[in-house]
Write a protein that binds this ligand. Structure first.
Ligand SMILES: C[S@@+](CC[C@H](N)C(=O)[O-])C[C@H]1O[C@@H](n2cnc3c(N)ncnc32)[C@H](O)[C@@H]1O
Length: 220
C-alpha cells in the first residue's frame, strides 16, 4: 500500500495542484480580457486601485474600493434575470461597474450609493461617456447608513462596510418595507457580515448564486 501512496504523492498530487493553478490562471486571464473589452467598448474605467483611504463614514467601518470581477458580474446578472420594473441599489457602488451593467439589462433604474467623494466622481465620469450617458443610473453621494431605500427592490453589497453600517442599512431596508411593502432581494458578497442577515427577522436565506460567492436573501 505504501508504494501506491508514494506514486500518488510523487506523480498525481503535483498534477492535481497544477490543474487547480492552471484553472485559476485561466479564470484571471478571462477576467482581464472581459475587462479590457467592456471598458474600451463603453469608454469607462472601473478597474483601478483607489488611493483615497480616508474613512468618513458614521461608524468608521468603510472598506476600500475593489470592483466585482467581470466574470462574476456577468454570472450574477445571468442568474438573477433582472426585469423591466426592477430598481437595483448598489450600496457602496464605487466607480459604478455594477450599476452600469445592471442598467444595461433594461431595468427601471439602478441607484449607486457611495460615500467616498473620489469614487462618486469616477462613477459620474463613467456615466458621462456616449455609451453610458443615457442609462437610467443615479449616483447618490451619501453614507449608506443614512440612505433610506424606499424605491429599491434589489440590494447589492460587495464588502462595502463592516457590521455597524450593515446593521443600520438592514434597519433602513426593514423600515422602508413597513412604509412601502414590497418583495425585495439582497445580494451579499461579504461573509463577515452574513450572520446579521441570517439573524434578521425579515429576511430568508435562499442560497448561493452558483460559482459567484454571492448569497441571496429575500423577504418572501
Ligand atoms: C468593495 S467596493 C464595491 C464596489 C462596487 N459595489 C462593485 O461591486 O464593483 C466598496 C465601496 O463601498 C464604499 N463604501 C464604504 N462604506 C460606505 C458607506 N458607509 N456608505 C457608502 N459607501 C461606502 C467604498 O468607498 C467602496 O467604494
Amino acid at each position: 500500500m505504501l508504494y501506491k501512496k508514494v506514486i500518488y504523492l510523487v506523480f498525481i498530487r503535483p498534477l492535481e495542484i497544477n490543474c487547480v493553478y492552471f484553472y485559476y490562471l485561466i479564470e484571471k486571464l478571462w477576467g482581464v480580457l472581459l475587462q479590457c473589452y467592456w471598458e474600451k467598448k463603453l469608454q469607462i474605467n472601473t478597474s483601478y486601485i483607489c488611493e483615497d483611504k480616508q474613512d468618513g463614514s458614521r461608524f468608521q467601518d468603510q472598506n476600500l474600493y475593489s470592483a466585482l470581477p467581470y466574470p462574476t458580474l456577468f454570472k450574477m446578472l445571468e442568474i438573477i434575470k433582472l426585469k423591466a420594473d426592477d430598481v437595483l441599489v448598489d450600496l457602496g457602488c464605487g466607480a459604478g461597474r455594477v450599476v452600469i451593467f445592471a442598467a444595461r439589462e433594461g431595468i427601471k433604474e439602478a441607484i449607486g450609493v457611495e460615500l467616498r467623494k473620489s469614487q462618486v466622481e469616477s462613477a459620474r465620469i463613467n456615466l458621462s461617456s456616449p455609451k453610458t450617458c443615457n442609462l437610467p443610473v443615479t449616483i447618490i453621494h451619501q453614507d449608506a447608513a443614512d440612505y433610506l431605500p424606499y424605491r429599491g427592490n434589489i440590494f447589492y453589497m460587495l464588502e462595502p462596510f463592516g457590521p455597524d453600517t450593515t446593521k443600520k442599512v438592514l434597519a433602513n431596508i426593514q423600515h422602508s418595507l413597513e412604509q412601502n411593502p414590497r418583495q425585495i432581494k439582497i445580494l451579499l458578497y461579504h461573509n463577515k457580515v452574513r450572520l446579521l442577515l441570517d439573524m434578521s427577522s425579515f429576511l430568508k436565506f435562499k442560497g448561493h448564486l452558483a460559482d459567484t460567492g454571492i448569497l441571496l436573501y429575500t423577504n418572501f
